[in-house]
Design a protein around this ligand. Sequence first.
Ligand SMILES: *[C@@H]1O[C@H](CO)[C@@H](O)[C@H](O)[C@H]1NC(C)=O
Ligand SMILES: *[C@@H]1O[C@H](CO)[C@@H](O)[C@H](O)[C@H]1NC(C)=O
Ligand SMILES: *[C@@H]1O[C@H](CO)[C@@H](O)[C@H](O)[C@H]1NC(C)=O
Ligand SMILES: *[C@@H]1O[C@H](CO)[C@@H](O)[C@H](O)[C@H]1NC(C)=O
Ligand SMILES: *[C@@H]1O[C@H](CO)[C@@H](O)[C@H](O)[C@H]1NC(C)=O
Ligand SMILES: *[C@@H]1O[C@H](CO)[C@@H](O)[C@H](O)[C@H]1NC(C)=O
Ligand SMILES: *[C@@H]1O[C@H](CO)[C@@H](O)[C@H](O)[C@H]1NC(C)=O
Ligand SMILES: *[C@@H]1O[C@H](CO)[C@@H](O)[C@H](O)[C@H]1NC(C)=O
Ligand SMILES: *[C@@H]1O[C@H](CO)[C@@H](O)[C@H](O)[C@H]1NC(C)=O
Ligand SMILES: *[C@@H]1O[C@H](CO)[C@@H](O)[C@H](O)[C@H]1NC(C)=O
Ligand SMILES: *[C@@H]1O[C@H](CO)[C@@H](O)[C@H](O)[C@H]1NC(C)=O
Ligand SMILES: *[C@@H]1O[C@H](CO)[C@@H](O)[C@H](O)[C@H]1NC(C)=O
Length: 364
Amino acid sequence: MFTRLAFPLVLAISLLAPYHVAGAPPPTPSGGLGTNSSDVPMYVPMSDFDFASLTLALNQELIELDLFNAGLAQFSTDDFQNAGIGPNEQYLIQWMGQQEVGHAQLLSNILSPNVTTACNYTYPFTTVQEFIDFSMRITRLGESGTFGFLEHLDSRASASLLLEAISTESRQEMIFRQLEGLFPMPFWFTPAITQSMQWSYLAPYISSCPSTNPMIQWQNFPSLNVTNAPNVTALLNGTQPTISNNESTPISQPGTELMLSWDSPGQQVGPNLAYNTSTSAGTPMWAAWISQLNTTYTPLQNVTNNTATTSQPGSDGIFGNGTAPTLNGTIFVLITDNNPFVTPFNLSLLDQHVVAGPALYTIG
Ligand SMILES: *[C@@H]1O[C@H](CO)[C@@H](O)[C@H](O)[C@H]1NC(C)=O
Ligand SMILES: *[C@@H]1O[C@H](CO)[C@@H](O)[C@H](O)[C@H]1NC(C)=O
Ligand SMILES: *[C@@H]1O[C@H](CO)[C@@H](O)[C@H](O)[C@H]1NC(C)=O
Ligand SMILES: *[C@@H]1O[C@H](CO)[C@@H](O)[C@H](O)[C@H]1NC(C)=O
Ligand SMILES: *[C@@H]1O[C@H](CO)[C@@H](O)[C@H](O)[C@H]1NC(C)=O
Ligand SMILES: *[C@@H]1O[C@H](CO)[C@@H](O)[C@H](O)[C@H]1NC(C)=O
Ligand SMILES: *[C@@H]1O[C@H](CO)[C@@H](O)[C@H](O)[C@H]1NC(C)=O
Ligand SMILES: *[C@@H]1O[C@H](CO)[C@@H](O)[C@H](O)[C@H]1NC(C)=O
Ligand SMILES: *[C@@H]1O[C@H](CO)[C@@H](O)[C@H](O)[C@H]1NC(C)=O
Ligand SMILES: *[C@@H]1O[C@H](CO)[C@@H](O)[C@H](O)[C@H]1NC(C)=O
Ligand SMILES: *[C@@H]1O[C@H](CO)[C@@H](O)[C@H](O)[C@H]1NC(C)=O
Ligand SMILES: *[C@@H]1O[C@H](CO)[C@@H](O)[C@H](O)[C@H]1NC(C)=O
């Protein structure tokens, strides 16, 4: 307890604290992890969870490395120029490819000697705009997938390195939005997803891998399509790359009826078709929307076999009226059998309820 005399004294000391006495030890508030000299950083996986998460991240970095270079090789400088993407922006995409060399090297160093090397990939784009849109989706997947597990790693030292890679990837994601002519960041927060959600979305784009690559240990959920999703490349036809714009034109409005279609489990997917889709969920009941800090549910309607409709939510503010909407920018949609309350740090509790997904949906 402070006495009347002690309180001003403590206050005076705390005000003086920044003016540090030479030779005195630095201030050491209690708590914190990994900050004392006996904690030697170990930049290695410290559990199966770490190994499986970091191997997934390396697969993600390797597809990005391939993708950025593949897009530059597939289209001529004229094709790019016709999409408003000049030599300076093409150089920027090339630079992003080089960043991926560094990110893949970082993760390979951590995972050595059990490293994943480059695979063959299959891409869904035939135009420059589609290449840019796909790259935006893949970098979204990378940032959200990594944000989902970073703080759960046993190896906090490895997490600190990966954080420095993934924050660079978030810049890539924003630049692809700008190259597409979209508002650069129509959100306050970047959402997190689980490893199984990331792997489910990524695996179909990896066609074959060297047999020495370790198997991915996360689940492959059945795929989900929004069959009437707005065609972003058609809507943005004629839109020039821009640093920013008047963000008042949404691609899709709350209340839009989505038509959803998903696969049954048991499909062979991923590298060498060596993975099988599966689910532990029961009857499909909900669409789960993961965006910003929030997981929102809307009921499924017209459920027949593997199709349903649902209504696009999004009018709630994250922190109430007058704050940013719970959905915008990066939005993952899944089919679930239940609607448990989850928050970013315990999102993995949702995995057991996933029937299919995620799909990536764009509303702005
Ligand atoms: C250093 O931190 C670890 C926990 O990270 C703790 O177990 C250990 O006692 C600390 N050592 C010293 C000298 O404070
Ligand atoms: C990629 O595909 C080529 C052609 O089919 C094949 O020769 C090569 O082995 C594949 N590479 C990997 C890493 O799967
Ligand atoms: C590599 O990791 C996989 C998956 O954990 C494991 O099955 C395999 O034994 C490991 N190989 C080596 C050489 O450590
Ligand atoms: C989207 O629109 C573009 C341009 O009109 C077209 O080439 C492409 O096939 C469309 N994509 C889908 C999935 O319908
Ligand atoms: C973009 O719009 C123009 C007409 O304004 C049309 O000729 C062209 O085919 C469209 N391109 C795509 C990819 O839809
Ligand atoms: C942006 O668009 C809205 C709605 O059309 C308009 O009210 C606003 O003035 C515009 N802002 C700027 C900076 O052009
Ligand atoms: C989402 O962001 C876009 C700008 O990219 C904006 O036009 C749209 O109104 C936003 N949607 C909602 C529901 O706030
Ligand atoms: C989703 O769309 C992709 C690409 O058009 C298609 O290959 C796949 O079969 C579709 N899946 C479902 C479940 O509709
Ligand atoms: C789906 O259900 C809603 C509400 O029950 C209804 O308004 C809508 O017309 C239905 N859509 C289809 C495609 O059946
Ligand atoms: C649902 O699937 C069953 C079995 O495959 C089929 O007989 C039925 O016609 C399907 N229903 C609809 C509405 O497509
Ligand atoms: C969104 O998530 C944040 C963080 O968990 C929470 O504080 C906020 O209440 C949520 N907003 C809504 C509308 O659910
Ligand atoms: C938010 O706005 C709606 C409609 O404008 C109103 O009904 C509701 O009471 C408001 N909520 C809060 C928490 O102010």
